[in-house]
Design a protein. Structure first.
Length: 391
């Protein structure tokens, strides 16, 4: 694979896997320049640390052109080099912001640990709630680090978790708060699952994986430096496969969050031709979704279809349905492909094209029937998981 194609493949692998706990249909908005608040640090002639940090942060944001998720893995002279070298998606919190979000710096204050660093808190405003954070606003915290040439930006994550414990099982290093009840037996099952799935798919298992254990979705994002006024509770988590990072917000799954683990394992198969349906359908088939196993998730979809008889495979593929419908719908398609052609047929889905029409064309060939026939079979298979319809 060429260098340019490798960049496309890696970027697609990240884009298609973040935000697995929430619907990933993010509305694009017109680019807007960040709007500064009226604070002493906005004085362009001031040489205070806060003013210098403010200018550095504004230059970074302006350089993104409002494309925050893309900028999260674009090299920048404004960000500390060690984080860019360590993580492909280095600006962790910004990766979840929709395009065109308008920034307003709220606070620039010394860090509490006498490190000489500063905490920078910025409110981002969106035009609607159709985004990964399901909110019109989000607060992002980054840190400013002194350097010989001025100030550089850095992530909240290593600073907010520096007192957390760690435990390594197989290739997985778990990081968790001192009060978190770490379960080594569950961690061992996760390590075994990773090895077994990699062997089944014929890909090398990850050599390393940092796995953050938290008590809720809110804490998942908080330790990255991202907060909203929404409260989700223990309903999901996210993965950053190209960073070899996993964040679990479901204590019941805790150390063995198989949907997100699958995202890490399938990274070698991801490409610029992988559709969102495939990238989420395969992890849901192997590892369930939002705390439910595959069968339970599909039973929920079966109930939804019975209550909404006009909804079918096409409307779910092409509409903006939430995780509860979209992920199991995709997983059932994957199961149909496996039943027909086995593991190799499932692996072929990664290269069948990024659009729904590409996928429809590939599936008619893989399943050797018309699209209408596939949609009918899909519905029958989904409904077979649910209770019998009442007469």
């Amino acid at each position: 694979m060429s260098v340019s194609m490798r960049r496309i493949a890696v970027s697609a692998a990240w884009t298609l896997s973040v935000g697995c706990a929430h619907q990933a249909h993010v509305a694009s908005t017109a680019n807007s320049a960040p709007t500064p608040s009226v604070h002493p640090w906005t004085d362009s002639t001031s040489q205070t640390p806060q003013a210098q940090i403010y200018r550095t942060w504004m230059r970074y944001l302006e350089a993104t052109g409002g494309h925050y998720s893309r900028a999260a893995f674009t090299p920048s002279s404004y960000w500390v080099a060690n984080e860019q070298q360590r993580w492909h998606v280095y600006a962790l919190a910004l990766a979840y912001l929709p395009e065109g979000a308008v920034a307003e710096v709220l606070r620039i204050e010394p860090a509490t640990d006498s490190s000489g660093e500063y905490r920078v808190v910025t409110r981002f405003t969106f035009t609607n709630e159709n985004n990964a954070m399901r909110s019109r606003t989000a607060t992002v915290t980054v840190f400013a680090v002194p350097s010989p040439t001025g100030w550089l930006l850095a992530n909240a994550l290593p600073r907010l978790t520096k007192t957390w414990h760690s435990d390594t099982v197989g290739p997985i290093t778990y990081v968790y708060a001192p009060h978190y009840p770490f379960r080594r037996d569950s961690a061992q099952r996760a390590a075994t699952f990773v090895d077994s799935l990699a062997a089944a798919l014929g890909v090398p298992p990850p050599e390393r994986l940092t796995y953050f254990l938290t008590s809720s979705d809110e804490q998942v994002y908080q330790i990255m430096g991202l907060e909203t006024d929404k409260r989700w509770g223990p309903v999901g988590g996210v993965a950053q496969p190209t960073n070899y990072q996993l964040f679990s917000g479901i204590p019941a799954l805790g150390e063995d969050y198989r949907h997100e683990l699958t995202h890490i394992v399938i990274l070698p198969l991801m490409s610029g031709s992988t559709s969102y349906l495939v990238s989420e359908g395969i992890p849901t088939w192997f590892g369930g979704t939002t705390g439910m196993d595959y069968a339970t998730a599909v039973r929920g979809l079966a109930g939804f279809l019975r209550e909404h008889p006009t909804v079918g495979l096409d409307s779910i593929m092409d509409g903006h349905y939430p995780v509860a419908q979209f992920y199991p719908a995709a997983a059932v398609l994957v199961s149909m492909v496996y039943a027909r052609g086995g593991t190799e047929a499932v692996k072929s889905l990664f290269d069948d094209g990024p659009t729904n029409q590409d996928l429809r064309t590939a599936l008619t060939q893989l399943l050797a029937q018309s699209w209408d026939g596939i949609a009918t079979q899909w519905r029958e298979q989904v409904l077979s998981f649910g209770p019998a319809a009442r007469p």
